[in-house]
Design a protein around this ligand. Structure first.
Ligand code: NAD
Ligand code: TDX
Length: 351
């Protein structure tokens, strides 16, 4: 049983849910959350656990080898759950280099330190959190990504994530480092930075601003409620087999345009607007460069071997998400009133 876990990127969207899930479900373990607090990191995501005696936050960069070594020395980690990453595809198109630095160099820095400190690999685990995007884009609606689908990353983001996955496997094969990897589909839920489709649309609908839908809105994503992802990570962490990969998905494919229409309907109800008001905000804009058409995950391995399945029905999860954003106005306003304005201007002005 793990006693001291380093979680990287724990102030971000998924990471903060993972930190909270572990503290709630395994309160005896010590958790150190190492996060650089980039634009995407937010300590407000962690207020409910910040005073927990088994939880420590460290502001720092996963690329800083000295810092990571000092933390291994001080806390004697037996496990790493690695979520820190640059995570937004559109930003990777604007600035690929940051993605290589954090996602590739940062991951290899962590692998090197774990290899150095874990002279004995028994009861150790390096758990790398990855994405379905490494598998590329599906064109045929009967195809699904499985754990053996060949990698075919097509954006700077997914290329950097794919590269980090390769390094993790290489450290397992070459040095025997005990690793496990999971590749998950699109997450949604509370605390997601409003650069991603769902919270961006919620914010724009609320303010009566246009909802930018790339291309014709025909692209398909498989959506999973973030707490279901955190639970999958918990299960894989405890029951996953070293050296294995697990796909995590929601069995929940939506065309972007249909998802946005559903969101508009929910928002009309929540904001007491007449039916079909928010749909009028839908604005088709220039497509994302290299926009992957469809992601669809086959997570039957995780279901059959570790007995996991998604638990939150999409309409219910989407409603919970809308409620969270409407009830947490200061969280959202803090973000959208800051540097976000410049980001939004730069990305959307010529679309
Ligand atoms: P996010 O952008 O919300 O959070 C990333 C966190 O990493 C932030 O807190 C940020 O401050 C931190 N970080 C960034 N660079 C760092 C560095 N150099 N050192 C330390 N910390 C740093 O991302 P997310 O959506 O929560 O994604 C978390 C992980 O899950 C990523 O690895 C991502 O690739 C993966 N993933 C995300 C999704 C999704 O739908 N969001 C789906 C599958 C997999
Ligand atoms: O303004 C927008 N308009 C739009 O049509 C935005 C931001 C997105 N989109 C489209 C692009 C995608 O087809 O919506 C879909 C979802 O876009 P994002 O929320 O940016 O997610 P995606 O590009 O699918 O990647 C996400 O899932 C996999 C996460 O950002 C990644 O971190 C994760 O690995």
């Amino acid at each position: 049983m793990a006693k001291s876990i380093l979680i990287t990127g724990g102030a971000g969207f998924i990471g903060s849910h993972v930190v909270k899930f572990f503290i709630k479900n395994q309160p005896s373990v010590n958790i150190v959350n190492l996060d650089k607090l980039t634009y995407a990191g937010n300590l407000q995501n962690l207020v409910e656990v910040e005073n927990n005696k088994n939880y420590t936050f460290v502001k720092g960069d996963i690329c800083d080898e000295n810092l990571v070594e000092n933390l291994f020395e001080k806390y004697n980690f037996d496990s790493v759950i690695h979520l820190a990453a640059e995570s937004h595809v559109d930003r990777s198109i604007l600035n690929p280099m940051e993605f290589i630095t954090t996602n590739v160099v940062g991951t290899v820095t962590l692998l090197n330190v774990a290899k150095k400190f874990w002279s004995d690999f028994s009861d150790k685990l390096f758990y790398h959190i990855s994405t379905d995007e490494v598998y590329g884009s599906l064109e045929n609606e009967t195809d699904f990504f499985t754990e053996t689908t060949s990698y075919d990353p097509r954006s700077p983001y997914s290329a950097a994530k794919a590269s980090s996955d390769h390094f993790v496997r290489a450290y397992h094969n070459t040095f025997g480092l005990p690793v496990v990897i999971s590749n998950c589909s699109n997450n949604y839920g509370p605390n997601q930075f409003p650069e991603k489709l769902i919270p961006l649309a919620i914010n724009n609908i609320k303010k009566n601003n246009p909802i930018p839908v790339y291309g014709k809105g025909e692209n398909i994503r498989d959506w999973l409620f973030v707490v279901d992802h955190a639970r999958a990570i918990f299960d894989i962490f405890h029951k996953g087999v070293v050296g294995q990969t697990y796909n995590i998905g929601g069995d929940n494919e939506w065309k972007n345009i249909d998802l946005i229409k559903l969101l508009c309907k929910i928002m009309d109800e929540k904001l007491n607007r007449p039916k079909n008001t928010s749909e009028k905000l839908i604005t088709f804009v220039t497509d994302r460069a290299g926009h992957d058409m469809r992601y669809a995950i086959d997570s039957s391995k995780l279901k059959s071997e570790l007995n996991w399945k998604p638990s939150v029905y999409f309409e219910e999860g989407l409603e919970k998400t809308v409620d969270w954003y409407l009830n947490n106005e200061p969280w959202l306003e803090n973000i959208v009133n800051g540097n976000y304005k410049n980001y939004y201007q730069d990305l959307y002005k010529n679309r």
